[in-house]
Design a protein around this ligand. Structure first.
Ligand code: EZ4
Ligand code: CO
Length: 409
């Protein structure tokens, strides 16, 4: 089973996706996701110019060897572009191996450790009424755990709030990247946010009761002492997690946060290797690992990261926005089903055009996802359909403070 062809497909049905499709000399195909939101062409070029030539003729069964070869032979380590490219190859190889075995991928990862994968949905609103409608809608869709984001008085556009004029998002969806030649500018004021957000969770608990698991994403905007205050202020509302409370490249910052609050912490969607988590995990400074399979070197590396986290009772919380393609989502689901230390899976359903391009066998019912039992990942890309949706430049927004200073978005 040697790799015969490797095709990099950049398509933009509802948004941009980078997909790698490998074909073996015995005519099996495997797919991997290398989508990096706002930087898609960089991963495509990395794959086409520097990785595809190395893959042709290689043994498709040699997954660990190929991973180590791509990571170490590049010499320049880590980084989102490199690790997304390696992830695309790694996931395509796991898809191939599972298809060759005639088994759904999770069987090769040790088999199912649970019957379903608890997923959280996304509710948001510009005010409390709109937020309550959005939460009710997510409950009707079937979600049993919900992330809550709202506007903040005095700030015009805030991360995570759907229905911004011209955003093109579905009524209850949230799509931060916008198809435009320049990134959109949002504004930010941490003091206004810190004053407002506890009252939102107070209202949500009063309306929806104590049992509904609630999550919140601070999206890297706070200083350590602000994050400590937010965690403390939200304790009465019993969050499932507070996400990305600080830009956690400075892992030691979480010591300060941890000393002040028992609100569980989730971090890592922008990280790409286990090294970004060394202090966070070893000192038990977080409770959930947010890495996506697509951004962390694939199943091979994400499995090792989560096994390391398991030694410290830290669980998975794999990133699942729409910028993870159905291929990347399926990879996450197989891993979620197999590992012991599963926590929760983020799930933001894709749009209709995306579902035309990617045939999927994973299911969502009563709040739980399942990858299905087709051999391999259970997802394929229709090359012809993908060809109808060429790449369109799109950027994530960025933020400025009131005085014009660029802030973390
Ligand atoms: O902003 O995936 O938890 N989810 C998030 C996402 C990220 C986007 C960036 O591409 O923070 O909405
Ligand atoms: Co996030």
């Amino acid at each position: 089973m040697n790799i015969d062809t490797a095709e990099v497909i950049v398509s933009s049905p509802d948004r941009n996706f980078v997909t790698l499709k490998l074909t073996t000399d015995d005519d099996l195909t495997g797919v991997g996701d290398g989508t990096l939101n706002g930087r898609e062409r960089a991963v495509a070029a990395y794959l086409e110019d520097h990785v595809v030539p190395l893959l042709l003729g290689r043994d498709a069964h040699a997954i660990e060897d190929t991973w180590q070869f791509l990571y170490r032979s590049a010499y320049w380590r880590r980084g989102p572009v490199t690790m997304a490219a390696i992830a695309a190859v790694d996931v395509a190889l796991w898809d191939l191996k599972a298809k060759a075995a005639g088994l759904p991928l999770y069987q090769l990862l040790g088999g199912a450790s649970r019957t379903g994968i608890m997923a959280y949905g996304h509710a948001s609103g510009r005010d409390i009424d709109e937020l309550f409608d959005s939460i009710r809608h997510q409950l009707e869709v079937g979600f049993r755990s919900i992330r809550v984001q709202t506007s903040v008085p005095g700030i015009d556009a805030v991360y995570g709030v759907a229905m911004r004029a011209g955003s093109g998002a579905e009524p209850h969806g949230y799509e931060p990247a916008q198809r435009a030649p320049l990134p959109a500018e949002e504004d930010w004021d941490s003091s206004a946010y810190l004053r407002h957000i506890p009252s939102v969770f107070e209202a949500v608990r009063a309306e929806f009761g104590p049992e509904l698991p609630l999550l919140h994403d601070a999206h890297h905007r706070l200083t350590p002492i602000q994050a400590a205050r937010l965690g403390k202020d939200l304790e009465p509302y019993d969050l499932f997690w507070l996400e990305d409370c600080t830009p956690a490249e400075n892992q030691e910052a979480l010591r300060l946060v941890r000393h002040h609050t028992t609100t569980p912490m989730a971090i890592g969607e922008v990280f790409n290797t286990v090294w970004d988590y060394q202090t966070l995990i070893r000192e038990q400074l977080i409770d959930y690992v947010r890495s996506a399979v697509t951004h962390t070197g694939g199943i091979t590396a994400t499995r090792k990261l989560l096994d390391y986290a398991a030694q410290y009772q830290i669980k998975s919380g794999i990133h699942g926005p729409t910028d993870i393609s159905p291929v990347g989502m399926a990879a996450a689901l197989h891993l979620d089903l197999a590992i012991h230390n599963f926590g929760i899976q983020e799930y933001m359903p894709h749009g209709a055009l995306t579902n035309e391009v990617f045939q999927q066998s994973f299911t969502f019912q009563d709040g739980y996802l399942h990858p299905g039992d087709h051999p391999g990942l259970g997802v394929d890309i229709d090359g012809d359909a993908a060809g109808h949706f060429p790449y369109q430049p799109a950027y994530l927004p960025f933020s400025r403070l009131k005085d014009g200073t660029v802030h973390d978005w």
